[in-house]
Design a protein around this ligand. Structure first.
Ligand code: MN
Length: 234
């Protein structure tokens, strides 16, 4: 007996893979909070005393960004303080629960340049009112991600610049070696809470210098070894 849907399933985001026509079918998007000490301090926290915490961005909020040309990025509704957070995105090819650190990186398919775009005014309000962060983190297209660079090509990244510029002016300029919790540690900890799956992506944290972006501005994100992505905010 064949079954049918009551309506056509909405397509899920797929991310390009550099150097191939194959696509990466995305599932969940996990994000770590305050993973760079200087950024934790700029948000008013002491990075030395706080264990890592994670939140989710809707997997449907990922925006695939092509290689080598600017993508239009829609400015979301209900905010007047939309912030860029440049982040390295870790794309998983497999998963599991209680993954040991020695095996954690075996689950990584590749890495990409991404942004954890944030309606900061709504996040500030949520923090003040002790409400969830969802509306601040899961606006449509709020997770732009560039082409995935397979581990087979670039290896595992633990150092190198991570930068964001607005209209050519550098706003965030950090280094992956400033991460408080490594990619492997993030996978270990996340897998204690969730069963990670192929297609899951992890936004691995942003360096200091987050700030506002307006309609009409160009956002450029780059990570050493992973190229750059360019977004025209409209
Ligand atoms: Mn973030």
């Amino acid at each position: 007996m064949s079954s049918e849907f009551v309506f056509a399933p909405v397509p899920r985001p797929v991310l390009p893979v550099l150097g191939t026509s194959a696509l990466f079918p995305a599932r969940r998007a996990y994000c770590i909070g305050r993973n760079f000490a200087a950024h934790a301090r700029e948000m008013g926290h002491d990075p030395t005393r706080e264990p890592p915490f994670f939140f989710n961005k809707s997997g449907d909020a990922l925006q695939p960004v092509p290689y080598g040309r600017a993508a239009k990025h829609p400015y979301p509704s209900m905010t007047s303080n939309y912030h860029h957070e440049i982040e390295m995105v870790v794309a998983l090819k497999s998963g599991g629960t209680d993954i040991p650190e020695s095996e954690a990186l075996d689950h990584v398919f590749g890495y990409a340049v991404g942004f954890d775009m944030t309606r900061r005014d709504l996040q500030d309000e949520a923090k003040n009112l002790r409400r969830p962060w969802d509306v601040s983190k899961s606006a449509e297209a709020s997770g732009p991600v560039g082409p995935i660079h397979p581990v087979a090509t670039v290896g595992h990244l633990s150092k190198g610049f991570i930068r964001c510029a607005v209209d050519g002016a550098v706003k965030q300029d950090g280094n992956l070696d400033q991460m408080i919790w490594s990619v492997a540690e993030q996978i270990v900890i996340l897998s204690k809470y969730y069963r990670l799956e192929a297609g899951d992506v992890i936004f691995s944290g942003t360096p200091e210098g987050v700030g506002k972006v307006e309609r009409g501005q160009r956002l450029t994100g780059s990570i050493e070894g992973l190229g750059e992505i360019v977004l025209d905010v409209a």
